[in-house]
Ligand binder design. Structure first.
Ligand code: SAH
Ligand code: TYD
Ligand code: ZN
Length: 405
């Protein structure tokens, strides 16, 4: 039995994806022999409802100097983070000399706007290459893991932070106890800790099972986040559903008693209870649907291969590692995946070893069928790649269920 990483309660496993590589572990052909694998299985805590992985991958393996994920590859996400920065500054930092700290600032997609507005800030991110890109945009970055010791050091050197923000990073951190104690040490008495991550409610509703991979250690809900926050003296005071990355929630935490929680918090927690999003039977149903989606995608890919159709994929996402490795989809079924990230191009996808090709080759010539691994950016990509469909190309999506566009 595994103990809950938050409350030590017992965790009920509801899906096992088997042996998986690092989701962002793109590699050169000569590196495939020593590839790292772990067991990807996911469960729910019977006490605090936190959905979490059964096994933890050491953080240094995932967030290395050459970690290849760059936040700014999507126009929509860049706009999202610019808007977020303006809003945090306008609502939380109206006067004085505020300090804004971001955990997992990556290439500076959010903090570059804070920097441009001349506000004191610090980004913390252990991945050197992306941090260097942020620094190039005028962002002050510390290349390190945010945890209690680092937070205490920052607080001593720079004083309290009005805002601590994290996007798609809190769910990456198994050791949330240390992060919460760090936030406690660094946050100003009236400050806010704001974070946004994929939402369990959306993952369950849309069968977006590929949100489950090594880096996504937790799948949060308002219920589980409030329970975790309370253990460290914080209250969940606001929740906001976000359309990005297939459905996320932005959680705003304040020190217990400092702010009155909005009605939205209670409403979302009530909705989660009514929908039983962390209920064992709901999650078992989810598991059945995941198997169906994968089997249908596998059958389609095999049929297309038999017909001699030209197939490829688009978006060498971390998410797709779960799909290709669980489904057993290698280059025999998907000969190439096109992606805009220079740090991924020329390498092989983790585990499945599908070559990653630059976007400029996508139309030379266009494939006939393309699996959209970056389905969370569907609108942006399908619009940008209009010409692909106009000349007869078809998109294959497997979330929420298999369909061809
Ligand atoms: N905030 C960006 C990046 C998300 S990717 C966005 O939403 O697009 C997650 C980032 O968190 C990576 O850049 C990774 O290096 C960083 N990260 C992982 N663990 C961390 C930790 N303990 N402290 C700070 N950053 C961390
Ligand atoms: P994303 O879905 O944001 O995240 P994750 O890796 O966590 O699953 O990754 C999107 C990938 O798709 C990223 O490698 C960049 C790539 N991409 C394109 O190639 N073209 C595009 O137009 C967009 C928006 C993304
Ligand atoms: Zn628990």
């Amino acid at each position: 039995m595994t103990a809950c990483r938050i409350c030590q309660g017992s965790v009920h496993q509801f899906f096992d994806f088997g042996s998986q590589p690092l989701s962002d572990g793109f590699l050169r052909p000569e590196e495939t022999a020593g590839e790292f694998f772990y067991r990807l299985a996911v469960g729910v805590c019977r006490s605090c409802t936190m959905v979490q992985l059964m096994e933890e991958v050491p953080r240094e393996r995932m967030f290395r100097a050459d970690y290849p994920y760059h936040s700014s590859m999507s126009v929509k996400m860049r706009e999202h983070f610019t808007r977020t920065a303006h809003r945090l500054l306008d609502t939380e930092c109206p006067d004085g000399d505020p300090l804004v700290v971001e955990i997992g600032c990556n290439d500076g997609a959010m903090l570059s706007t804070v920097a441009a507005r001349g506000v004191r800030h610090l980004g913390v991110d252990p991945s050197r290459d992306v941090a260097e890109v942020a620094a190039g945009k005028g962002v002050r970055v510390r290349v390190d893991f945010f945890e209690e010791s680092l937070a205490r050091e920052v607080a001593a050197a720079e004083g309290p932070a009005q805002v601590i923000y994290a996007a798609n990073t809190m769910c990456h951190i198994p050791y949330l106890d240390s992060v919460f104690r760090g936030v406690d040490a660094l946050l100003a008495p009236g400050g806010v800790f704001v974070f946004e991550d994929p939402y369990l409610g959306d993952v369950v509703e849309r069968t977006s099972f590929d949100q489950i991979y090594d880096e996504h250690f937790y799948l949060f809900s308002a219920t589980s986040v409030r329970a975790a926050a309370r253990r460290y003296g914080f209250d969940l005071v606001e929740v906001e559903r976000l359309p990005v990355h297939g459905g996320e929630v932005r959680y705003t935490l304040a020190r217990a008693g400092a702010r009155t929680p909005s009605g939205q918090v209670e409403a979302l927690i009530r909705e989660e209870a009514q929908r039983r999003i962390a209920g064992i039977s709901t999650l078992e149903q989810f598991a059945t649907q995941v198997k169906r989606n994968i089997e249908e995608l596998a059958a389609l890919l095999r049929r297309l291969r038999e017909e001699g159709a030209r197939v490829a994929a688009y978006g060498a996402t971390a998410k797709s590692a779960t799909v290709t490795n669980y489904g057993g989809f290698g280059p025999d079924l998907i000969p190439a995946v096109y992606d805009s990230t220079p740090a991924k191009q020329g390498l092989l996808t983790p585990g499945a070893h599908i070559p990653v090709r630059p976007l400029k080759e996508f139309s030379q010539p266009y494939p006939e069928y393309v699996v959209l691994f970056a389905w969370n950016h569907a609108q942006e990509i399908i619009e940008k790649e209009r010409a692909f469909r106009e000349q007869g190309g078809k998109w294959i999506l497997y979330v929420p269920e298999l369909h061809i566009l």
